[in-house]
Design a protein around this ligand. Structure first.
Ligand code: ADP
Ligand code: MG
Length: 237
């Protein structure tokens, strides 16, 4: 097992300029997350959760501090290289599913593999396997509009998994779902983590965070506390 964390943030800050004012969304976050961990990032609305997720996901860069993902210092990467890191290393799940409408579940899941240059036959096989993994083998030709919210979010999870990312990042993934669908989604995350996948889930709900192995709470852009609730999985590299 590697002792080096998958994620290493050192004194990361991010501010937004709004008119004449600077909003300090993150104030000096230092944090390590190792492979196999299941981390919930909690905090009230406005505490910096999405800003942190955008940085972890290489959708945004810190304006101070360092972020190493899998030992790569993201500060030195071009836009193209950042896009490649996102495609290869990170699977995203958003509150609003972000599926392509009028496009089948299967094709939605294949899309990241199109961008990664994977050939059609392998794309299809891997997309079918990912949809099977989230329990949607019998829905692969359905359009998003023909699926329930929970099913749409499972398609989004399959899409996030299909590139075999090192890290699964989810921002309020159950925020638009009823409690039954939320439970379904949480079971998928639980079983993915039991297989050794690293998951960071952003939520303001205690019941969601209860599934994680470690809970980090943000307040005003800083870490308020960081509590291990269950041992992390030992992942064999
Ligand atoms: P959370 O996800 O915890 O609700 P955010 O990371 O979205 O918090 O926001 C943190 C702070 O940064 C908030 O005060 C918010 O208003 C501000 N903020 C977020 N995004 C922007 C932006 N694009 N421009 C200006 N301010 C922003
Ligand atoms: Mg948010």
């Amino acid at each position: 097992m590697s002792e080096r964390p998958l994620i290493l943030l050192h004194q990361v800050s991010r501010s937004y300029q709004v008119g004449l004012h600077a909003v300090h969304a993150l104030r000096g976050i230092t944090l390590g997350i190792s492979s196999g961990d299941f981390v919930a990032i909690m905090g009230a609305s406005g505490s910096g959760k999405t800003t942190l997720m955008n940085i972890l996901g290489c959708l945004d860069l810190p304006d101070r501090g360092r972020y190493l993902l899998d030992e790569i210092d993201v500060r030195h990467l071009s836009e193209d290289e950042l896009a490649t890191v996102r495609n290869r290393k990170i699977g995203f799940v958003f509150q609003s599913f972000n599926l392509v409408p009028r496009t089948s579940a299967l094709h939605n899941v294949e899309l990241p593999l199109v961008y990664a240059g994977v050939r059609a036959k392998e794309r299809r096989e891997r997309a079918l396997a990912a949809l099977d993994r989230v329990g949607l083998a019998d829905r692969v030709h359905h359009l998003p509009s023909e699926l329930s919210g929970g099913q749409q979010q499972r398609v989004a999870i399959a899409r996030a998994l299909v590139t075999r990312p090192s890290l699964l990042l989810a921002d309020e993934p159950t925020g638009n779902l009823d409690s039954t669908s939320s439970q379904e989604i949480l079971e998928v995350f639980d079983s993915l983590n039991a297989e050794g996948r690293t998951i960071v889930i952003i939520t303001h709900e205690v019941e969601i965070a209860a599934h994680a192995r470690r809970v980090i709470r943000l307040r005003d852009g800083a870490i308020l506390d960081d509590v291990r609730t269950r041992p992390k999985l030992e992942v064999v590299a």
